[in-house]
Design a protein around this ligand. Structure first.
Ligand SMILES: NC(=O)c1ccc[n+]([C@@H]2O[C@H](COP(=O)([O-])OP(=O)(O)OC[C@H]3O[C@@H](n4cnc5c(N)ncnc54)[C@H](O)[C@@H]3O)[C@@H](O)[C@H]2O)c1
Ligand SMILES: [Zn+2]
Ligand SMILES: [Zn+2]
Length: 363
């Protein structure tokens, strides 16, 4: 089968002929239907982050179960699933405490040391699965705790987006920040993740819902999915503009880009008592600076959101329902479909700040 492999950092994806093992124990073999292009992979390709190489990249996918290991009872061949990189062990303090997206017990859901690799290249050498998924491939071999089963009516190209961007953006609003109806919200960055945060804020009943981006297309898309006001950060001071629009600052700011400057903007545009939630993946080692007195005198909060603080087996089917009942606008977020061979074109468009989401079609 074919997969998109990253062989060096920085580097582009290379389409290679690769092999995948049969599922054993808790594993599931999935026929990948669609995979979305999330910016997180691009951070590695551009050299802002390191990962084990060579790696089959991709981590935002949906597909159909092809075969299961002998311990798997959760799904059966033919079931439609979304994958999630928040693979839970189910027995650590985080999992048992309801914060499964923080599970660090990686070895519990991996093959034991010394076992045959799940994925190999044409020479038989081991390939890493990026984010323990490796979604840019015609098939995926993953632990059963990396999938959620979904309704048959759900189109798999839209379902793929729920695999990362949608769950991350919506979860940041619903689970991490838990915004109140009527509260003022600003989302900085209107890519797949930011637009999902905008939709969650709209669904949760936000009051003023302001979006900052640097391209007119993204701002138009933000308005289409629920922004009440938009600010072009390339043309105007985003902090001053948002403060003016919100009457002094917002209750909740979400940063969905991954830049020091925009994280500091998210803090700077908060009202007294406000909360800034960082979703964007800042370059590894980057630090942020915020004025110390505002933390205690103004009771402002800076917090992070990893994969939307998800409980994905609960959250993702809810997002599927919200799409099917018309509240979650995913058709508007799929900007283009590409075959795997053209995947680097999709990332080039992302580097130019174009398109909400590109989706790879398999088969
Ligand atoms: N926290 C998590 O678990 C998690 C999960 C998924 C993605 N992410 C991260 O979230 C971020 C967004 O991902 P995405 O796939 O939506 O990316 P994307 O490239 O689709 O969107 C980023 C948007 O930011 C805009 N932008 C760039 N510079 C800007 C600036 N200075 N001011 C305002 N807007 C600006 C771009 O125009 C674009 O619309 C990435 O850093 C990604 O790695 C984090
Ligand atoms: Zn992602
Ligand atoms: Zn755990």
């Amino acid at each position: 089968m074919k997969g998109a492999v990253l062989n060096q950092i920085p580097g582009q994806l290379e389409i290679e002929e690769i092999s995948i093992d049969n599922p054993t124990g808790d594993e599931i073999l999935i026929q990948t239907a669609n995979a979305g292009l999330c910016h997180s992979d691009l951070h590695f390709m551009e050299g802002h982050w390191q990962t084990r190489l060579p790696a089959v990249m991709g981590h935002e996918a949906a597909g159909i179960v092809e075969a299961v290991g002998e311990n798997v009872q959760y799904v059966k061949p033919g079931d439609r699933v979304i994958t999630c990189l928040s693979i839970f062990c189910g027995s650590c303090n985080f999992c048992l405490g309801g914060r499964m997206s923080l599970c660090q017990n990686f070895s519990a859901t991996a093959r034991p040391k010394g076992a045959a690799p799940r994925v190999t290249n044409k020479d038989g050498d081991s390939l890493a699965q990026f984010a323990r998924l490796g979604a840019f491939a015609e098939q995926m071999l993953v632990h059963q705790n990396a999938v959620v089963s979904i309704r048959e009516e759900m189109p798999l190209d839209k379902a793929a987006l729920i695999g990362c961007g949608v769950t991350t953006g919506m979860g940041a609003v619903f689970r991490t920040a838990r915004i109140e109806p009527g509260s003022t919200v600003c989302v900085i960055g209107a890519g797949g993740v930011g637009l999902s945060a905008v939709q969650a804020a709209r669904i949760a009943g936000a009051g003023r819902l302001i979006v900052v981006d640097i391209t007119a297309d993204k701002l138009a898309k933000a308005t289409e999915v629920g922004a009440t006001d938009v600010v072009n950060g390339a043309e105007t001071d985003a902090v001053e503009a948002v403060k003016e629009l919100s009457g002094g600052g917002v209750d909740y700011a979400f940063e969905a880009i991954g830049l020091k400057k925009t994280v500091e903007q998210a803090w700077g545009m908060l009202a007294v008592g406000g909360t800034a939630t960082v979703i964007g993946m800042m370059p590894f080692g980057e630090t942020v600076e915020i004025p110390g007195y505002e933390i205690f005198m103004q009771e402002k909060t800076l917090q992070g959101s990893m994969m939307g603080s998800n409980q994905f087996r609960t959250d993702m089917p809810r997002f599927v329902d919200m799409y099917l009942d018309g509240r979650l606008m995913l058709d508007e977020m799929v900007s283009q479909h590409l075959p795997l061979e053209k995947i680097n074109d999709g990332y080039a468009a992302m580097q130019r700040g174009e398109l909400a989401r590109t989706v790879v079609d398999f088969g």
